[in-house]
Design a protein around this ligand. Structure first.
Ligand code: PLP
Length: 381
């Protein structure tokens, strides 16, 4: 059976990227690698919309999240975490692992944080040294308004804003410098159309001053060591060279399409998916601010746990994601990020309709596809 990937990471690989990764490996201290890395550093700045360094790490995205915690804080300092899903929980767990004092804004899963809540916490507790939030909370398919939060946090010189943009980078608008985002973390297996294994972190001027003072232990993920090495077009340790060769091409693909167009494509795919799901009588988990990366949908009444995920996989070779944490068995998630286009969405929705009908859900065949097509056409003319 032919296989299709509609998961929120890993995402499908662009063939050009696969071809680049299959090339004979380079030595990471050789001139050829330095040339490649020089262009990558420029292209990462373009992607991030920053004039500063975007550091690269060989790890999954969580590695860069951990780096963001241990490079800016000291033991017993306080962090404010927006906890509205599995990845918000991860920020809290990371802070706890490093004995950072924790204050959380618990957001109902499916809701987006009210930026004014962040402001209230910062005004009431002047000990907070960093705010941690997701730009796109992948477990619930909700976006948090990091632009508005950036406006707030920049008024507090003693506090940094750290954004997990793992499913937002190269997907939705994220203007690192203009929005005052101090550290922005991303990973390779999402909007970058690469396999897992690379993670990235931008570091603002404000954040560098925290890095110098931070007392938490760090070694592999030390921003200072990586900045020093990467400015010399090296990496502090042996990086995932083949992935970096793929990254060079992936970034070129984004440049060729143009970041604006990449963002517009994702927005359209997300709208198509939401229109289809609604037309099928299903309910979105996101109460507002749905993510452009992934659409989370409640299972229709009477449909058992993972039946939809299983049906798509077994009947059509389409892999989508189920729910995570407390949403396990309750939702399914259709992803639309990375190397994905409108045809993939139409195919996924057609298969979804078929599986729903087979599970006994009352759906009008073709209604989801028609809604997605209408959304596609509406934005095409
Ligand atoms: C928003 C978000 N944060 C963090 C992660 C964790 O990244 P990784 O699995 O690459 O460590 C993911 C992965 O799905 C994610 O979507």
């Amino acid at each position: 059976m032919k296989n299709y990937l509609l998961t929120p990471g890993p995402t499908p690989l662009a063939p050009e990227v696969v071809a680049a990764m299959a090339q004979p490996i380079l030595y990471h201290r050789a001139k050829e690698f330095e040339h490649l890395f020089e262009q990558i550093r420029i292209d990462l700045r373009y992607l991030y919309e920053t004039a500063g360094d975007v550091l690269l790490f060989t790890s999954s995205g969580t590695g860069a999240m951990e780096a963001a915690v241990c490079n800016v804080l000291s033991p017993d300092q306080k962090a404010l975490v927006v906890r509205g899903g599995k990845f918000g929980e991860r920020w809290a767990e990371l802070c706890q692992a490093y004995h950072v004092k924790l204050e959380c804004i618990d957001v109902e899963w499916g809701e987006s944080v009210e930026p004014a809540q962040v402001q209230r916490h910062l005004e009431q507790d002047t000990e907070i040294r960093a705010v941690f939030v997701q730009a796109s909370e992948t477990s619930t398919g909700v976006a948090h308004d990091v632009q508005a939060i950036g406006e707030i946090v920049r008024k507090f010189p003693q506090t940094l804003l750290v954004v997990d943009a793992i499913t937002a980078m190269g997907v939705s608008e994220l203007r690192t410098d203009a929005w005052g985002l101090d550290i922005v973390v991303s990973g390779s297996q999402k909007g970058l159309m690469l396999p897992p294994g690379l993670a990235f972190a931008s570091v603002s001027e404000k954040a560098w001053s925290f890095v110098e003072r931070a007392q938490l232990p760090r070694y592999y993920f030390d921003f200072r060591a990586e900045q020093a090495a990467q400015r010399k077009l090296q990496n502090a340790f042996t990086p995932a060279i083949s992935l970096i060769m793929g990254l060079a091409v992936a970034l070129q693909l984004i440049r060729r399409e143009g970041l604006e167009h990449v963002i517009a494509r994702h927005a359209r795919l997300a709208r198509m998916t939401r229109a289809a799901v609604r037309a099928l009588g299903l309910e979105l988990l996101a109460k507002r601010a749905p993510s452009a990366a992934v659409t989370a949908v409640w299972n229709p009444p009477g449909v058992e746990g993972k039946a939809i995920v299983r049906g798509l996989h077994d009947r059509f070779g389409i892999t989508i994601a189920g729910g995570q944490g407390k949403l396990s068995g309750k939702i399914f998630r259709l992803a639309h990020l990375g190397y994905v286009e409108a045809g993939d969405i139409l195919m996924g929705i057609a298969a979804l309709e078929t599986v729903l009908a087979q599970l006994g859900v009352a759906v009008t065949p073709g209604s989801g596809v028609a809604a997605a097509e209408a959304e596609f056409t509406r934005n095409d003319g």
